[in-house]
Design a protein around this ligand. Structure first.
Ligand code: COA
Length: 230
């Protein structure tokens, strides 16, 4: 006779044996133990300990590794990440478990509305009259995805940006990620000018803007505070 023992996600099949121990107790044979299949791309144990923290220069190698895997068609050099970190450290974050190598990153900095820096370009300085917070990149290694970490850092960024009186966050959606951004409140914003500027980002690139409450100014997208995000 086969007995099945189920506890939470664990299933154990046990058979009663014909054998007996010397003291007369019956032997049981474990036929199989089954754990639930792990969803692809999710390391449950690790996801539990991951947390966002400020990016440091020592994170740049790990950031590049995540970026190169996440954006195979949108390569950017290490110098580009180093440039943005130097220009706006308060808008750069990594997702890591304690002191382990980063498994995700977000980079944001002040920029002009209806504009995006060309791909893989060291800009050297921020615009004199930025109007929005520009979310340059958000990427997670596959094993860190699906835990809500991406949505969490975007909401954290939005809260800080609204507090600093930025009227909006803008980004260029690539990798077919426009639905992901739409769920987080980003709206497509089309202009002929922008389509030309996005030529280096590929055909699926979409300029999207998330208005923030609390930011006011001319045209609805001019910040009032001179203080950069951070
Ligand atoms: C986009 C990315 C950061 C999302 O990471 P994630 O860990 O899946 O995000 P979250 O766990 O916070 O997911 C939030 C929700 O968005 C959904 N989602 C994730 N990626 C999506 C996509 N491409 N399209 C639509 N929805 C998406 C998730 O399923 C989740 O939904 P749920 O709340 O119903 O479960 C991650 O997939 C990634 O690094 N991709 C490669 C880099 C990339 O494309 N970045 C964006 C380019 S602009």
């Amino acid at each position: 006779m086969i007995l099945r023992w189920v506890r939470r996600d664990l299933t154990v099949d046990i058979a009663r044996s014909e054998l007996f121990w010397a003291d007369g107790r019956q032997c049981f044979i474990v036929l199989g133990v089954r754990w639930p299949a792990r969803p692809p791309g999710r390391d449950v144990s690790q996801a539990a300990t991951l947390a966002w923290r400020a990016m440091a220069e020592s994170d740049l190698d790990a950031v590049c590794a995540v970026a190169h895997a996440a954006f195979p068609n949108h390569h950017e050099d290490r110098a580009v990440f180093a440039d943005r970190l130097a220009l706006n450290p308060g808008g750069c974050f990594v997702l890591a478990a304690g002191g382990d190598a980063a498994l995700g990153y977000l980079i944001a900095y002040p920029w002009r509305l209806d504009d995006a820096p060309p791909l893989n370009t060291v800009v050297g300085r921020l615009p004199d009259a930025p109007a929005v917070l520009y979310l340059h990149d958000l990427a997670l290694a596959p094993e860190a995805r699906g835990g809500g970490h991406a949505a969490r850092i975007v909401e954290q960024l939005a809260a800080h940006a609204a507090q600093a009186r930025w009227p909006a966050i803008a980004l260029v959606a690539v990798n077919q990620a426009a639905p992901f951004w739409a769920r987080l409140g980003f709206l497509p914003r089309d202009s002929a000018d922008m389509s030309r500027k996005l030529s280096s980002y590929g055909e699926d690139a979409r300029y999207m803007v998330r208005p923030l409450s609390g930011g006011e100014g001319r045209g609805g997208c001019e910040r009032r505070s001179a203080k950069p995000f951070g």
